[in-house]
Design a protein around this ligand. Structure first.
Ligand SMILES: [Zn+2]
Ligand SMILES: [Zn+2]
Length: 126
């Protein structure tokens, strides 16, 4: 009688263990699925935020472009390539109108006043 009861207890324990393990596995799987879903949602959220930021930046850049086109861009960009900032002062005429790249292609003549320049110096247009 005692032996049988112990046997039942052992069997019950084994069943209980299996049930617990499978239940834990199920919970684990659910948790993993939940985590994965969360991660996916986070990634999607990040992507959306990035897109929104990009869009906002583009709008700002557009606005800045429009402002620049109408005002200060001409005063700061090299008059030859209209691409680089003005970087050098031509001496002796003193004009600050070109970037270093274009300065080398000027053959010693200021593009603004056509005076020949003999010296150049780094200019800081702020
Ligand atoms: Zn240039
Ligand atoms: Zn000049």
């Amino acid at each position: 009688m005692v032996e049988r009861r112990r046997g039942i207890r052992i069997i019950a324990f084994i069943f209980y263990s299996i049930a617990t393990v499978s239940a834990m596995r199920k919970v684990w799987k659910l948790w993993k699925a939940y985590e994965e879903k969360q991660m996916r949602a986070r990634i999607l959220q990040d992507r959306r935020e990035r897109a929104e930021r990009l869009e906002a930046n583009r709008n700002r850049a557009d606005a800045a472009d429009i402002r620049n086109a109408t005002s200060d861009v001409d005063l700061r960009l090299c008059v030859v390539c209209l691409n680089n900032p003005r970087e050098v002062i031509l001496l002796p005429c003193g004009h600050v109108v070109v970037c270093v790249d274009c300065m080398e292609r000027l053959n010693g003549t200021c593009p603004l006043c056509r005076m020949s320049f003999s010296r150049t110096h780094a200019a800081y247009v702020s």
